[in-house]
Design a protein around this ligand. Sequence first.
Ligand code: GRF
Length: 206
Amino acid sequence: MFISGKGSNLAAIIKQIQQKKLNAHINCVISDNPQAEGLIKAKKASIKTHVIKWHTSASKNTQVLKKILSSHQSDLVVLAGFMRILPKAFVTAYRNKIINIHPSLLPKYPGLNTHQRVLNSSDRYHGVSIHFVDEKVDGGPIIAQSSLKIKQNDTPSRLKQRIHKLEHKLYPLIISWFSENRLHLSMDGIKYNNQQVPPQGILIEL
Ligand code: GRF
């Protein structure tokens, strides 16, 4: 898993694994931020951590990441609040094997400050998307989404809390689909249990 900060999604995934609700194994946690709180959570769960220095050179970053991953033989690269744009060569090398969680109903609001932007636009709904990673920021085929109705008293920080609650359920669920070999991405798009997934992903009510 790749993180840069708090690691609440990491913690939610660790919890589900420990409770045997998710049949998966986290080989390692990689962070570009040595102060990331998530590193402490990983260490407490006896997960190997790697703090990397983020370079200005994309090829150097690719080399560093590939070296770490090749020592772990991971099936899936899970981004959870990793605040760097992955080098194109890395994305190409791990195509269809990198997923990300984003706090908006993509393709709306890629990038930062999604909660504020949703409120500024007076949207009625907000939500979470989990998608395969391609070369575009917060781009790539959407696997699943979960939404919530915006309340009148919602603020960016309240929305952040409400969205996190959805994230902590949705990410472990989607990872379980991978571990059960239910999800496949090909030129024809995503298939879940051999059924075509619509462009907005599978809508999950949580
Ligand atoms: C989450 O809101 C996720 O959607 C976004 O970054 C945040 C990470 O939170 N990509 P945490 O570090 O897992 O608490």
